[in-house]
Design a protein around this ligand. Sequence first.
Ligand SMILES: [Zn+2]
Length: 132
Amino acid sequence: MNDRDINHLHPDLQPLCRKWLAQCHEQVIDSFVIYTWRSPAEQDALYAQGRTAPGKIITNAKGGQSKHNFTLPDGTPASKAFDFAIRRKDGTLNWSVGSSEWKAAVAIGKALGLIWGGDFRSIIDSDHFELP
Ligand SMILES: [Zn+2]
């Protein structure tokens, strides 16, 4: 099960994530967090996808290299990134990055100063925001 706990985000990212959620919800965009922190072992499993394991390549970050793997010096999970999804009114997930809901959700995140994974040059990561 993916870690979705906002308390496992970096202390600088927690308030931004909560503001992003609140501002999306004010615009009746049903956004929610699907992944916050991940362990280096989980990251290694994702890195294997499309390389030594089935699937397509979704990351160039090995365990410990992803912003999702960040911890505080005392070992507390403190992900510098979160992944999200958007639900339609009928309960299905909206993965149409070109839809008005996605455009608005991305604009809200950028206005809060977050970096959007859809702007990445190597592997486009549209459901990802991270600290600058
Ligand atoms: Zn991510």
